[in-house]
Design a protein around this ligand. Sequence first.
Ligand code: ZN
Length: 504
Amino acid sequence: MSSLLIRQARIVPVAGAAAPPGAVDLRIVGDRVVEVAPALRPAASEEVLEAEGRWLLPGLWDQHVHLGQWAANASRLDLSSTSSPEDAVRLVAAEVGARVGGAPDTVIQGFGHRTAGWDRQPTVAELDAVSGDLPVVLISGDAHHGWLNSAALRLLGVPPRDGVVEENEWFPVFARLDEVTQTAEGKRTAYAKVLGAAVRRGVVGVREMEWADNATEWAERSNSGLAVLRVRTATYAGGLAETIAAGRRSGDVLDEAGLVTMGPLKIISDGSLNTRTAFCHDPYVGTDVLEHPRGRPNNSPEELAELLATATAHELDVAVHAIGDAAVGIALDAFSHTGAHGSIEHAQLVASDDVERMARLRVVASVQPAHLLDDRDVTHQCWPDRADRCFPLRSMLDAGVQLALGSDAPVAALDPWEAMAAAVHRTADDREEWNAAETLTVAQALAASVDGATTVGAGSLADLVLIDSDPLAGADSGAEAAQRLRSTVVHATVVAGVATGATL
Ligand SMILES: [Zn+2]
């Protein structure tokens, strides 16, 4: 079994558990920390990592990612700064001009527009007018709709229409997009790049919510050497029967290295704020153009409860996407009726009674703080009457809800330091913090980013991150704390006892 000695690390206290006062040596055998002492003698052929007084904490997790989409995003047009359909069409027209004479099967892809702030909905016709026969697929910043031109609708087998493809009709189209646009080799290179970057930021694990056969694909990727961090693979309802038939339960190991494990059944129970489909108790403001004034659920309460019951009967956790307060309430009803184990993903708008209920039911809040920076303005536009109940991170924590931070990459960058920074300083500009009472401290944000781990000690899993500065020194929240988190330099990351880093 491999053995690693980390010399002279200062252990950061996490989740309230005490740490040794000075620098210590740590011995790791296999995937466990087995010994912690002021000084340990290196064993023969033991690898040594000189920490030189750096700070050591449990490795970071991103609890909600779409890795394939995050990998593919590097080659997409960035539409995040567009503020109208005309803006987006202009960027596409420029790209079409640059592609003339290129491969005819190229699909022009863009990502990141947010239509909730636009004064009208985009049309297929206006994309057609600049793109001709080149397929164009523009993915919204929340990934809940695609704006396709006619050539792309044909290519992906979607019926003709005037507007966007959204929610349940869109998700399988989004999955198919990868199949038609990426070669296996291109995909592998793209994955290797984003996984390497994640490890260099101290990430030791992710929960993979991609629209794919994640369990099979990740076992293959790991067995061929691609997995350098832990991956917990979600399945959607479409893959549930197969998951059950294969006897896969949450926590089961799926690969040879033991890095890939079965994750939850993922259910997208409502839409999103930016597509104005998140399901709310109250109508969206300025809803005259909306077919569903309160947004809409993607499943009936009965269907949702049925899915949770089936998952629970087969020892699968569940991860229920619920953004609007009505959707969160229905999800909690389903947890309550079925005794399901798992999380609500996003929990962006929550009724105060439901915060308490989430704690009582021990449902984890899997939240993405970086979204609060992006969604602040659109919230004040669509939900001005309930903006004070958005991203209630501190309320949930104080009520006893377990928080688990993530990015929902590609919706936000796969960078836990960014997520923590947004949680401790809720503004992206010179405005006051948004719902300042909901701010977390650095210690709280860290505890919510390590998959339930506590202070590193003998017996800890050897998933670790060694950083150049003390994350807890200085202000515990606000601009300075956020800046400190964002600029953290990761010296080395240890995954299952194996160290990687700039100097290794
Ligand atoms: Zn997601």
